[in-house]
Structures are given as structure tokens and as C-alpha cells.
Design a protein around this ligand. Structure first.
Ligand SMILES: Nc1ncnc2c1ncn2[C@@H]1O[C@H](COP(=O)(O)OP(=O)(O)OP(=O)(O)O)[C@@H](O)[C@H]1O
Ligand SMILES: [Mg+2]
Length: 139
């Protein structure tokens, strides 16, 4: 599982299956514990990561995640990058609207994830893919 991971380096995980989404959750939890996020913040970050990993799998056709410990001189945090080479998102404002879905979901994954983290950035281009970066800081 996540025992023995070297937290000094970015941790990479492919997202190609439901099992990989579970592995992303476990990895993010382990890194969040290591930087001493509160239990509530751990859960917020794991929830956001789970939604974004699922989108990477379902809409992006699979991809990769990288989890890194960051330090701004005052606090430590966890930064997670989700990258896929799928269809991209044509209308980002729409995709971030509560309830908007093209896949019959609840349409709350992206918008919810954004509210659960401290920093949220999306780079996407139609036909090229999507790259979402989230960060949560210890407090
Ligand atoms: N990585 C991605 N690549 C392409 N499109 C995406 C990606 N992630 C999200 N989208 C688009 O944004 C929409 C909104 O995503 P969001 O996660 O909010 O809702 P959902 O996945 O449809 O439903 P839910 O997450 O609530 O089950 C998706 O329906 C999809 O059209
Ligand atoms: Mg979703």
C-alpha cells in the first residue's frame, strides 16, 4: 500500500482503473498525514482528489497523478496534479457550474473539489487534454 513511500519526492500514480482511484485516495491520505493536515482537511483533500481522479478516468480516458509536498516558508502543504490527454473541456465555466454534467453524474465533482482545497487551477485545451492542480496548506 503506501507503507515505505519516500515522501521527499513527488509520488506518481497512473489512473487507469477503479483500483487506481483507490490507490490515489490512499496516497493522498498518507501524504496529508505526513504534512500534519488536520483530520478534517485530510478528508477534504482526499474527497477532492477522489473526484478529480474519477473525472480523469471517466472523461479523460485515464491519466496520471503526481502528489508533492510543498513548503512556502511558513507552512507545508500537499500539491496534486491530475493530467490526462483526453478531449479537454470546451467550456470551463460551465463545467465548474454546480449540477452540470455530460456523463449523467451529479455534476458536483469539479465544483465541489474546488471548494475543498486552498488553490485550484485548470489548464485544458480541446483535443489535447486537461491538467488540474490543487493545493491544500496546513494551518
Ligand atoms: N478530465 C476531464 N476531461 C474532460 N472533461 C471533463 C474532465 N473533468 C470533468 N469534465 C467535464 O466536466 C463535467 C463536470 O464534471 P463534474 O466532476 O463536476 O461532474 P460529473 O463527473 O459529471 O458528475 P459527478 O462528479 O458529480 O459524479 C463533466 O461532466 C465533464 O463533461
Ligand atoms: Mg465528476
Amino acid at each position: 500500500m503506501t507503507a515505505g513511500i519516500d515522501l521527499g519526492r513527488p509520488q506518481a500514480q497512473a489512473i487507469r482503473s477503479d483500483e487506481d482511484v483507490v490507490r490515489v485516495r490512499q496516497l493522498v491520505r498518507a501524504v496529508a498525514v505526513a504534512v500534519k493536515l488536520s483530520l478534517v482537511d485530510q478528508t477534504k483533500l482526499v474527497t477532492a482528489a477522489s473526484e478529480l481522479a474519477r473525472n480523469t478516468l471517466v472523461y479523460g480516458g485515464g491519466g496520471d497523478v503526481e502528489v508533492t509536498i510543498v513548503d512556502n516558508g511558513v507552512r507545508r502543504g500537499v500539491r496534486i496534479v491530475f493530467a490526462d490527454s483526453g478531449p479537454g473541456i470546451a467550456d470551463l465555466d460551465l463545467a465548474l457550474t454546480d449540477g452540470y454534467t455530460t456523463g449523467g453524474g451529479l455534476g458536483l465533482g469539479l465544483s465541489g473539489a474546488r471548494r475543498l482545497v486552498d488553490e485550484f487551477d485548470i489548464q485544458t485545451a480541446v483535443g489535447e487534454g486537461t491538467r488540474i492542480t490543487v493545493t491544500k496548506w496546513s494551518r
